[in-house]
Design a protein around this ligand. Sequence first.
Ligand SMILES: Cc1ncc(COP(=O)(O)O)c(C=O)c1O
Length: 316
Amino acid sequence: MGDSQRVAYLNGGWVPETKSSVSVFDLGVLYGQMVFEFTRTYNRKPFRLVHHLQRLYNSMQVADIDCGLTMDEMYDLTMELLERNMHTLADGDDFGVWHNCSPGIQTQYQDMAPQSSRPTVTINVWPISLFKPDQWIHQSIGMDAVITPQRTVPSKLIDPKVKNRSRMHYRMAEVQAARIKPGSMAILVDDDGHISEGTSCNVMLVRDGTLVSPEPRNILRGVTRGAIIDLAQALEIPFVETNLDPYDVYTADEAFFCSTSFAIMPIRTVDDHRISEGIPGPVTQRIIDAFSDDVGIDFIQQARELFDLPEPALAH
Ligand SMILES: Cc1ncc(COP(=O)(O)O)c(C=O)c1O
């Protein structure tokens, strides 16, 4: 959008969003050597920013990227970014915030690069209302999911706990899911055939009143997932982490995806197996209500208003 008034943080300075480009010689562009975070605001306040930054710094530590900023400095820059952009945000809207860190421009290209900075650090915002509504509508009617032939990359190869931009396997899973069932979201299994996660979200089941998650071995340990585990404890909903097979998903009482962008997304079918009659199921609804209380906004109502979505209806 050429007329954006938003500003971004790029390698030590503030630039108009439209000028916030990264060099073609950047190692993130060349080889996907980039770690990142996506945080969102609720009521204009960042949700669990410290958790996201902690994960970002853990990712950098594992990938041996020194971004040259302390976590406190990154926190302050993020708050300043929000402050600098808040006046551009429409009423009722919120921001997503991206942090990207790469080792920077590959050494042999340093002299040719338009900005010869090592490392590359960007932080930028994007209004939630500018995301495509086609996912959000499923908060009312439930999402179809497909377990894809594409598997997750196991932690013994590249650890998915490191939130990184080398995401070709997620793209393959999305392409496959769209071919198998248009409009569906992918669920990947790991090396051993156990359920891992979606391409940008975690998966949770409800079985006999218990919240069940895949063991957090071959998944990104989502900040939203962590918030939901905390809420389940407060609500006295039992929680277990265990190995899950496709069979466990097909026979679950309820299932949902969770992620920073849409928070909680009920799943209505997996591989055409009907999961839950009501959308959301009763336990999912309790978690949605508690999550809304926690963030101080009915996030599903907000999505309905931002994207002009229909009121919730029982899926059939
Ligand atoms: C692969 C993957 N799993 C899970 C998640 C959910 O993580 P969070 O709740 O921190 O957004 C994401 C978010 O982008 C993701 O990319």
